[in-house]
Design a protein around this ligand. Sequence first.
Ligand SMILES: Nc1ncnc2c1ncn2[C@@H]1O[C@H](COP(=O)(O)OP(=O)(O)OP(=O)(O)O)[C@@H](O)[C@H]1O
Ligand SMILES: [Mg+2]
Length: 280
Amino acid sequence: MTDKKESCQCDERQAIKKEIALKATVSAIKKKILVLSGKGGVGKSTVSTNLAVGLSQKGYHVGLLDIDIHGPNIPNMLGLEGFPPMITDMGVFPIKMYDNLHVISIGFFLEGKDTPIVWRGPLKHRMIEQFLSDVRWGELDYLVVDSPPGTGDEIISIVQLLDKVDGAVIVATPQDVALADVRRSIRFCIEGSIPVLGIVENMSGFVCPHCGNTVEIFKTGGAERLAQEYKVPFLGKIPIDPKIVQAGDDGKPVMIYYPDSKPAEAFSNIINKITEVLKV
Ligand SMILES: Nc1ncnc2c1ncn2[C@@H]1O[C@H](COP(=O)(O)OP(=O)(O)OP(=O)(O)O)[C@@H](O)[C@H]1O
Ligand SMILES: [Mg+2]
């Protein structure tokens, strides 16, 4: 009987400790940005990494948190795979990309690249909670959260755990089918009182490297029209560019690899719009 009571009190104390640690982490983050989309493969991780890198290049202290538990791509996209975070009595130390850019992803903790994750909602919630409560993020100007497609368990958890998300960046591709999914993301933000920082139209036109003409592979302008319809800002278009694929595969985002490229210029403009709205 006494044993049961003691273990109960111990659990309670652990829960209170976690709660305090979570509050401490969250209150040390000035602005929290959630990158989301209704659809998979539209470029969320590409946008998240370039956003985080671009913000750090401007001198801000940035954290990049990958909550795509089933498909954590951030370690690969930043060339950080194979560097497990240091776990100490004082907590987990995020991976340092630069002095002012730190990264956490479930990908850092998996044994093999092909390890499947078969967790259900409550386990995912606990993992995301630990990414905040147990990780020593320190003081951050911006936390950029890369999310899985849709508005499932992970997104609901992070929104709840962060207490208040300062802004959502919604990534879309221009074709109509993808735009139907974007509507769901916008509605999710509106219903959850998450301010929409704006929509990014990714894979918007391809500039032929030979003749210089633009080919609208997935059409263009759809996301801009949708932004007008929902009265949310349009953040900009990012063209289809093989440099983005190469940079992502080589673990060096275009903001680092090709800083003078069209996509890097587009990301820079988007970052300027975001920092204008979310001042720290
Ligand atoms: N503008 C672009 N031009 C060319 N390739 C791009 C562009 N944006 C993204 N890609 C490529 O498309 C692929 C998917 O991008 P990414 O992983 O960022 O999408 P995602 O939305 O995060 O996907 P998931 O839903 O699986 O998490 C990657 O190989 C990436 O390099
Ligand atoms: Mg992704």
